[in-house]
Write a protein that binds this ligand. Structure first.
Ligand code: NAP
Length: 258
């Protein structure tokens, strides 16, 4: 299927590896020009080189830095001639017990996983509406639907973003102008973050991984490329009637009917 987005421009945050990189690759393969971001310059440049090789004909710009920093967000916007597609992403907050978290821990989580995407959305959606095309995808987490106790900072901050998007996506001045906003909710994907979580559990990593795979109906972890493919479809010309949704991609792990 031709996704109908060749020549468009996308900002993909936190995209040097993992799910963000999967989204950048899938969009790049559709002929979308990219502005990608991550904090570590060397890894980011390496990813940009891979993308240029894999997707000849597209432009790939890089902006290194913490996306929660307003100056980095300004640089991202300045590096993108026209933002048609915005993929919001950042590292997840650390796990722990809420009794150990102070106000600063909460502010950091809210800043990275709620306020940063909202600031970027604020900067781009009205322009998208004027041009009659816009796609915003926020990478959140399956924990939004089925909270994980240890991930309280993530549960809280991402739920805040989710509630905000539910309202904004339904503004007629956006939805009525072909601007969609959706959240993609990953379950367990085999990325560096997942490997870190498996190690943090202690014990034999492969035994822990096997137990986690067994608890997923698909009996495996997800792959960043399949996450990217879903994201690219949501950003496509065909997805203009999908907005304000929370879309799980978790191998069937979420056990509810709705
Ligand atoms: P990952 O493999 O660790 O990759 C994270 C990417 O984001 C890297 O490119 C990293 O590069 C960049 N990054 C992290 N913090 C950043 C920041 N503040 N500013 C700019 N770039 C930043 O992680 P992932 O598994 O792809 O996870 C992506 C998101 O999905 C996270 O929020 C995670 O919590 C969520 N999630 C993941 C899973 C899963 O199973 N993988 C499940 C549920 C939710 P630098 O370190 O160089 O900045």
């Amino acid at each position: 299927m031709d996704l109908g987005i060749t020549g468009r421009w996308a900002i993909v945050c936190a995209a040097s590896q993992g799910l963000g990189k999967g989204c950048a690759e899938a969009l790049g393969k559709e002929g979308v020009n990219l502005v990608i971001n991550a904090r570590t310059q060397a890894t980011l440049e390496q990813t940009a080189s891979e993308l240029r090789r894999a997707c000849p004909g597209i432009e790939v710009h890089t902006v290194a830095g913490d996306v929660a920093d307003p100056k980095v967000r300004q640089a991202l916007l300045a590096a993108c001639p026209q933002v048609d597609i915005l993929v919001n992403n950042a590292g997840g907050p650390p796990p722990g017990d809420f009794r150990d978290w102070g106000r600063d821990d909460w502010l950091k989580a809210l800043d990275a996983n709620m306020l940063t995407p909202i600031e970027l959305i604020k900067a781009v959606v009205d322009g998208m509406a004027e041009r009659g095309f816009g796609r915003v995808v926020n990478i959140t987490s399956g924990a939004v639907k089925a909270p994980i106790d240890m991930l309280g900072l993530s549960n809280g901050a991402r739920s805040g973003l989710t509630g905000f998007i539910a309202g904004l996506a339904r503004q007629q001045r956006l939805a009525g102008c072909n601007v969609t906003l959706n959240n993609l909710l990953p379950g367990a994907f085999d990325t560096a973050r997942l490997q870190k979580t498996l190690k943090a559990a202690g014990g034999d990593v492969e035994v822990t991984a096997q137990a986690r795979r067994k608890a997923i109906p698909a009996s495996r972890f997800g792959d960043a490329a399949e996450f990217g493919a879903y994201c690219a479809f949501l950003c496509s010309a065909h997805a203009g009637y999908i907005t304000g949704q929370n879309l799980l991609i978790d191998g069937g792990a979420y056990p509810g009917t709705y």
